[in-house]
Ligand binder design. Structure first.
Ligand SMILES: C[S@@+](CC[C@H](N)C(=O)[O-])C[C@H]1O[C@@H](n2cnc3c(N)ncnc32)[C@H](O)[C@@H]1O
Length: 212
């Protein structure tokens, strides 16, 4: 492992806005934030671009960026610290075990940004039925999933899951940069999104209800 990566792992724990799998967070998020504001997750957040970008726009909402890679989360934790954002936390865990870290009804909405498309392992996709079932155990009944992706495979397979499970599709944008949509979809760009845009890929967005 590179020296830079090791240093970021060490520094990650020192930030006041970071938590990991050792922390007893389940059912304690409102205490952690010190208020009763809604809690919104960004899953597979990487450097936490949406966590930070949305937190700046919506100070009355608490955002938790979730990813397994501490060196990537380091970037978001540093930016949120430098900018004095009190409504941001970063949680370093495997999303597969998300219900160990959030209680029933503790989460209002979920963002998923540029998840790995997992071409060979459909059940590992973060919008597969298996993962949606995990999210239902921690989300409020009216929770919505916001998905931003460059991957046709991920986009199509999510649409299939929405149909199979009888979920309500609330927004379906095939090209974020040519179609009208919320400003935050164009104005906040993630690290991976920037790479894919340089390659000329089309960025898609889906918003759907988590429960039928
Ligand atoms: C392609 S990157 C996207 C990162 C960021 N959202 C962006 O757009 O720049 C996918 C991220 O998902 C994380 N990831 C994938 N599967 C995960 C899992 N089961 N639990 C936690 N993190 C996961 C990876 O560590 C990686 O940072």
């Amino acid at each position: 492992m590179s020296k830079g990566k090791l240093q970021k792992f060490a520094e990650f724990d020192a930030f006041e806005n970071t938590l990991d799998y050792n922390t007893d967070t389940k059912g304690h998020w409102h205490e952690i934030f010190g208020n009763e504001n809604p809690i919104v997750l960004e899953l597979a957040c990487g450097k936490g671009d949406y966590t930070v970008g949305l937190a700046k726009r919506n100070p009355g909402i608490n955002y938790v960026g979730v990813d397994i890679k501490g060196n990537r989360l380091w970037r978001g934790a540093k930016t949120a610290t430098d900018e004095g954002l009190s409504n941001v936390r970063f949680l370093r865990i495997q999303i597969d075990f998300i219900e160990k870290y959030f209680a029933e009804n503790e989460v209002s909405h979920i963002w998923i940004t540029f998840p790995d498309p997992q071409p060979a392992k459909a059940r590992k996709r973060l919008t597969s039925s298996r993962f949606l079932a995990h999210y239902r155990t921690i989300c409020k009944s009216d929770a919505q999933i916001h998905l931003k992706t460059d991957s046709d495979l991920f986009y199509e397979s999510t649409l299939e899951t929405i149909q199979e499970e009888g979920l309500t599709l609330l927004e379906n944008i095939q090209n974020v940069y040519t179609q009208p949509c919320a400003a935050e979809l164009k104005e906040i760009q993630t690290f991976y999104e920037n790479m894919w845009l340089k390659e000329g890929r089309t960025i898609k967005f889906l918003r759907f209800g988590l429960n039928p």
